[in-house]
Design a binder for this molecule. Structure first.
Ligand code: AMP
Ligand code: MG
Length: 301
């Protein structure tokens, strides 16, 4: 009893001596966008270590998951025999395939060929021809991607199939950067990779981080992602198309819906926001419920 008392006293003394936590923020370009890390630390040296670890984790993941970098691990995958992949790539592909099955392909990371064709259309301001779209879609389909969790291998069954993790990688990376900060003893942090937020423990003395989603929310230990055509879109022939592809047509969506998802982790929030942009609101709400996620549509649906 005496020992317990004195140890509590010691703890109290330690916490009284500890410097109060200060807020630090840093921004760096990664994954073709800006990444903002906000954290609470006792001093600038500790904060700097946190920033270095968080940005380094994101840089590493970009090297693995990028579809822009031809030498990324993702882009080196080819059709043929099963290939063993890194744990990071396997985790992202597994989450993506689970959601592809659940949404019957509304979310589909094997859409690379159609996405590339669509990017070209956005650059040239010209819709792809029917034949071009059909050809691209022949090289897409989540059924052509087989994962083996025991061996951690990936097998692509369709030659010419291209993977694109643009709908999930940023949220995953935000969550991983947050985990890197937590591992360093800096859990009071928020990582924003563009519109994908991973939110850690609350700032000192607060119930959570203030995030504006439709209404202002106070959040901790969760993730928020927004998808939609507000920033990335193209107008061709008087119609506005999103950068999110309708897997049935191979064209950008024209529904002009913004979707924000609040979920337990970054990969889930990011992939759900993309998936729900493709699905109808009633299908979307059903899927969101299964993930214990909340969803907001703009304009409200
Ligand atoms: P986000 O901004 O998270 O909604 O992701 C959009 C990105 O996801 C696009 O730029 C593509 O790289 C990729 N993408 C587009 N359509 C789909 C789709 N139907 N399923 C999965 N990924 C997609
Ligand atoms: Mg997304």
């Amino acid at each position: 009893m005496a020992w317990k008392k004195s140890s509590a006293g010691l703890l109290l003394a330690a916490s009284l001596c500890a410097a109060p936590l200060e807020r630090f923020e840093a921004v760096e370009p990664h994954m073709g966008t800006l990444v903002r890390v906000t954290l609470y630390a006792q001093d600038s040296g500790t904060a700097r270590k946190g920033f270095t670890a968080a940005f380094e984790r994101i840089r590493q993941l970009d090297e693995t998951l990028s579809d822009y970098n031809p030498s990324s691990e993702l882009m080196r995958l080819r059709s043929g025999p099963p290939a063993q992949v890194s744990e990071d790539l396997f985790r992202v592909l597994s989450a993506a395939q689970d959601l592809a099955r659940e949404t019957q392909g509304a979310f589909d990371v094997t859409l690379g060929a159609a996405i590339r064709l669509w990017r070209e259309a956005r650059r040239s301001n010209r819709l792809p021809s029917e034949a071009e779209r059909r050809l691209a879609l022949q090289h897409c389909g989540y059924h052509y991607l087989k994962l083996d969790a025991r061996r951690r291998t990936v097998r692509i069954l369709q030659p010419g199939l291209q993977l694109d993790l643009g709908g999930i990688a940023k949220g995953f990376a935000a969550g991983e950067a947050l985990s890197a900060l937590r591992a360093l003893g800096l859990p009071r942090a928020l990582v924003a990779v563009s519109g994908d937020l991973a939110i850690g423990d609350p700032p000192p003395g607060k119930a959570g981080w203030s995030v504006q989603v439709d209404q202002p929310l106070v959040l901790h230990n969760c993730a928020v992602s927004t998808s939609g055509d507000t920033e990335q879109f193209v107008e061709i022939g008087g119609r506005r198309y999103s950068h999110i592809i309708d897997p049935k047509t191979g064209l950008g969506l024209t529904s002009r819906t913004g979707v924000t998802v609040l979920a337990r982790d970054g990969a889930t929030a990011d992939s759900l926001a993309t998936a729900l942009s493709v699905l109808t609101p009633s299908e979307g709400r059903r899927i969101a419920r299964r993930h214990h996620a909340r969803v907001w549509y703009t304009p409200p649906q």
